[in-house]
Design a protein around this ligand. Sequence first.
Ligand SMILES: [Zn+2]
Length: 69
Amino acid sequence: MAGGNCPMPIRMPESEEVMDENCLRIKKLLDLYREGKLTDVQKADVEYHLLVCPECIFLLTLVPSLSPE
Ligand SMILES: [Zn+2]
């Protein structure tokens, strides 16, 4: 009877950037951002995120702005 002790070290990455949460929030705001319908606080929130998140900048520029004239 061998006491098989199997230690399983779980290594978590220490600095996993929690971007997803922010991205999800920002993505929801991007449409309104394009339309200029955000509050100042929301707009600042989006713009600050765009500074650090190329992916969201891409999303912002991806959709052609449909501005009826
Ligand atoms: Zn993002």
